[in-house]
Design a protein around this ligand. Sequence first.
Ligand code: XMP
Length: 512
Amino acid sequence: MAQTIAVLDFGSQYTQVIARRIRECQVYSKIYHYTTPATQLRQDGVIGIILSGGPSSVFAKSAPLPDRGIFELGVPVLGICYGIQLFGHLLGGKTAKSDHREYGHGFLTVKKPGRLFAGLPRRFRVWNSHGDRVIKLPPGFKAIGVTENSPFAAIEDLQRNFYGIQFHPEVFHTERGVEVIRNFLVGVCHARQDWSMKNFIDRTVRDIRIAVGRGRVILGLSGGVDSSVAATLIHKAVGRQLTCVFVDNGLLRKGERKTVVDLYKKHFHIDLRVVDAAELFLRRLRGVADPEQKRKIIGRTFIKVFEQSLESIGHADFLAQGTLYPDVIESVAIGNNPAALIKSHHNVGGLPARMKLRLIEPLRELFKDEVRAVGARLGLPRAVVWRQPFPGPGLGVRVLGTITRDRLDVLRDADAILQEEMMRTGWYWKVWQSFCVFLPVKSVGVVGDERNYAWVIALRVVESIDAMTADWTRLPYDLLQHISSRITNEVRGVSRVVFDVSSKPPATIEWE
Ligand code: XMP
């Protein structure tokens, strides 16, 4: 039986981050609802339990409480934040209600390194976010760490291997947090560090097979990292029971459709249906210049086309999506984030319920870099695994103002040159995004002896960590020169190339 660390979820926004940190330690974990009976954990071969934090107070009427049997299983328990208060509350100590939350940085002073803080400095920065706090230790417990505000910031019961910490070791702001978690997993629970992305793939493939049975799965493939990895993983599990739908909305980059067909249909032998809907999209977009209006039209048309394609495919039982964990938080936490927008558009809204489809989201617990690792392991090419983000509305928001076929063609040709040069020089992999924008203004140039009154192309190349902020990339002048002269020489209809030197904020990455 697999060695499993159980993460009992009390509603913390960081539960998935705890699971991620455990994966970073090459240990297998599973997230359980806080009500899970102890007998179930025993059956699953759980060798250690982590109680997540949570927004509740242990004094609240509906406070989430675990099955007390988990304390009798004889396995180590680490209580984080709300978890430590549960110790105080349930094991005979005392937890006090607090009117204000302690929130932000503090310093933990280690009183006794023991196994939890082995190898760590005597003082390090930690990140707190809690209301209640333990004021009297339950029998058997001793304080092993203190902060300015709490004499019981870290506690241990050596006999039972129970540990409690007031701070969040899983968040980035806690220095050495991963080591605290690793110490618990390896030093206290004696977990084997043999879990890898390969195990994730094997396990997920097995789970998908069980869930799908003989059913049929549909997936909207965009060619982006997430849907590509999801498609390849599900295909590995159920082969031809998976049908992928790729919508050509006429707003794709040069050669994009062919690349997708070559890779998934020819190379992976996935049942891929290409829906050519360019005509419909462009017709609906005719004369529309407002960016938000364009986005809405593109989003709605996508759903309609996708829905129709499902009808023509016939019966399906499951809709698969490449939703990642950050999408789940982003769409909840940051309402106006464009990333949330794309998801609502590519996730095809209320479609599953309307069409009585069950959802499959095999990447739901992973973070982007983990998805990339899975993709690489599944044999997806580097260009897919490390593909730059591309907005759902595609070139629709990169041809500024009204969209025409001619403008799209000019943009596609210019953009292909930029990408080719970025790839050739290796810059493509170093930046967050690099693309061309079509400016609907004409500018005078000369070709030979003739006046050339033609369009302007802007180059947008940015560095970023998460797209929330971005800085323009200092590309070498020689490279810019080369790109510019190639575009003006090779793309008919362009007389001038400009380079965007705006950061975000105040500018956005896309121009619309
Ligand atoms: P901005 O332009 O807001 O972009 O700085 C931040 C990131 O989001 C992408 N983006 C979009 N993605 N649908 C999407 O799927 C959209 O409507 C959209 N608008 C912007 C953009 O490419 C960048 O990575």
